[in-house]
Design a protein around this ligand. Sequence first.
Ligand code: SF4
Length: 193
Amino acid sequence: MDKKILLRFWHYPVMTLGPGRRLGIWFQGCSIHCAGCIAPENQAFDKNFAVPLENFFKEIQAPLSYAEGVTISGGEPFDQAPALFELLKFFKAQGQEDILIYSGYLNRKILSEWPEIKNFIAALVDGPFIAGAVTESRWKGSENQELTIFNKSLVQKYSSWINDSSPRKLQLVKKFNGHYLIGIPEQKGIILN
Ligand code: SF4
């Protein structure tokens, strides 16, 4: 297989995007261009971030074996649907059933274009980031975004996570030549481009 994915980076453990200690994967490239996007550097479909999927699978094999779940974000995962589904098939083959996707597309578009997604993921947070739609929920960036749980056996796990009223947390991780914040900050202080 010589298929590639545009990948920003991955990290384990991620403790701020979904329940438990998770493997986090960030796609590179997003066509949605929300005003106030907190990761504008992830928007370009930059071929310098292309990675053969087979290599990526080998890289994440070890952390995947002990991760309590996987969170896929971006960029926009569905803008690379063929690579996304290869990745989801890999997770299924590895027996990982707790996959959470953050997408800027609406649930109804996703389910209309890729109805099979329900068989591959546990949950989906959908909708674009809307600056000004402030939310108290620490698991999303703006109030319009919604969580859909497809895997009913994981309802309790996700309910505990979204109902946790402790303050928002961000993880600071060192990657490559810089530092990255993992998690969803409050909207206060966001400057529109
Ligand atoms: S969908 Fe996400 S990555 Fe894309 S522009 Fe909106 S906030 Fe940024």
